[in-house]
Design a protein around this ligand. Structure first.
Ligand SMILES: [Fe+2]
Length: 473
């Protein structure tokens, strides 16, 4: 195999692994709590061969890392998702489908790309209804065995899901329902959204397709006890623009944000759309509603990274997301989405106590930076080396910054029967000095004390996007 091309998203903590391995008993420093039992899955892009076209790190082959916690011991496995695309490229021993633009595909594979149901399965992962599903918002979910990580293929909920599925489903702690949305639901660059509800046993019980105000990348959505919200922000998608040789996806700051609000017991006919200023959010932390006033916390970009302007020129450099409260008062004379900055530091990959999802809550955790480690990516924010706990009621911060570490999305695991926020925060941390990673465990309400235990992996775990926790049993 040739070396990876000169692309910052293929170097350092992004550099793909070239192997799959099983490490049955990682070396532990400190102490892993004996009552922390289950599996922490992480999913991220790990191209198996050097990309042929300009690489976008949303397009690498999905690889799952599974950390299994068992009475103070931790094992680690990594496996590629053996998608249709993965198998074709493995057979060909070269890259065929690497770009964001499907029109860059060799002509003989274009029909495959346009009809492929599995994609690269590289963005997120959820365990629900007895199935481990890898999610990548452009295609169907991809099922893997939760224990062996053997690939099972695309899963369509017994034939009921005929669109894509987003990478950010929500589980309602009240009943175990899985709620999710789809964007560009009728095909690449379409302006259709989908909304689905799957019951705790894995059966789809609600399914809708409806029009968005415009075709855009709707990465995440928002759920409260009484409402479903569809935030449509202007990273627009346009096939005609792509055919003119311009970016298929682009930031259009002259286009307003629109948030669609649907009652939980309603249908798309009930959706009302409300405007806000142009902005972009990849990830919302949590949301609640109180007498028609909806509030939700977001990792908010004034303008987004990673995507160009519609004419192909770059967006402003050195942008960073910050924690921002969105408020929508449905009782107002002319409701509009309003933004209030909560903290100035960088904020991405937010999580909450899952028992308080969709409800009034106090505690959130996310990745941040103290600005001390320069970024590997030119013109981008400093390395995210900090785990942050933020009290959304008081604004109190509780942070730990690694001297030479890149932190990944935290995962909160509650202690059985404990009040909100009591439990542990897990994060897979890359160490620049050793080019290896460690799974670090924090006391969730005392992040500043640093990890109470770490399980050392003998090699790098490349940057992953999202993960999930499956309790033992
Ligand atoms: Fe995401």
């Amino acid at each position: 195999m040739k070396p990876m091309p000169d692309n910052p998203f293929l170097q350092g903590y992004y550099e793909p692994l070239t192997f799959e391995a099983t490490a049955p008993d990682l070396v532990i420093e400190g102490e892993i709590p004996a009552e922390l039992n289950g599996t922490f899955y992480r999913n991220g892009p790990n191209p198996q061969v050097p990309p042929a076209n300009e690489y976008h790190f949303f397009t690498g082959d999905g690889m799952i890392h599974a950390f299994r916690f068992d009475n103070g011991r931790v094992s680690h496995m990594n496996r590629w998702a053996r998608t249709a695309r993965f198998k074709i490229e493995r057979e060909a021993q070269r890259s065929l489908f690497s770009g964001m633009n499907p029109l860059e595909t060799p002509p003989e594979y274009l029909d495959f790309v346009l009809n492929d149901k599995e994609g690269v399965a590289n963005t997120s992962v959820v365990y629900h209804g007895g199935r481990l599903l890898l999610l990548e918002e452009g295609h169907l979910p991809f099922e893997m065995d939760p224990d062996t990580l053997d690939s099972h293929g695309a899963w369509n909920f017994y034939g009921k899901l005929n669109t894509t599925m987003s990478a950010h489903p929500k589980v309602d702690p009240a009943n175990g329902d899985l709620l999710f949305h789809a964007y560009m639901a009728s095909g690449p660059f379409s302006d259709d959204l989908g909304y689905y509800r799957v019951n705790r046993d894995g059966f789809m019980v609600e399914s809708h397709i409806f029009k968005a105000p415009y075709a855009s990348m709707v990465h995440d959505f928002v759920v409260t006890e009484n409402y479903i919200l569809f935030p449509v922000m202007p990273i627009t998608g346009d096939m005609n623009r792509a055919m003119e040789g311009k970016p298929p996806f682009a930031w259009q700051p002259d286009v307003a944000t629109q948030v669609g609000v649907m009652p939980r017991n309603g249908t798309p006919d009930d959706i009302q759309w409300y405007e806000g200023d142009a902005c972009y959010v990849f990830h919302f932390m949590n949301a609640s509603d109180n007498n028609g006033v909806i509030t939700f916390e977001a990792c908010h970009f004034d303008s987004p990274p990673l995507f160009p302007m519609a004419d192909g020129t770059p967006t402003p450099p050195n942008v960073h997301p910050y924690l921002c409260r969105w408020t929508l008062d449905l009782n107002a004379a002319s409701p509009r989405v309003k933004f209030t900055q909560l903290a100035g530091h960088g904020a991405e990959f937010p999580v909450v106590d899952p028992r308080y999802a969709m409800r009034d809550y106090t505690h959130g955790w996310y990745t941040s930076t103290d600005g001390k480690i320069p970024a590997l990516i030119p013109d981008s924010d400093a390395v995210y080396n900090t785990i942050m706990h933020f009290n959304v009621k008081t604004g109190a911060e509780d942070a730990y910054a690694f001297d030479s570490g890149y932190v990944s999305e935290p995962m909160f695991v509650p202690r059985d029967g404990a009040p909100e926020g009591e439990g542990w925060v897990l994060s897979c941390v890359y160490d620049f000095s050793t080019n290896t990673s460690a799974l670090c465990v924090f006391d969730a309400l005392n992040i500043a004390a640093g990890p109470i235990g770490r399980a050392n992996v003998a090699h790098r775990v490349p940057v992953c996007f999202h993960g999930t926790w499956k309790p033992a049993g």
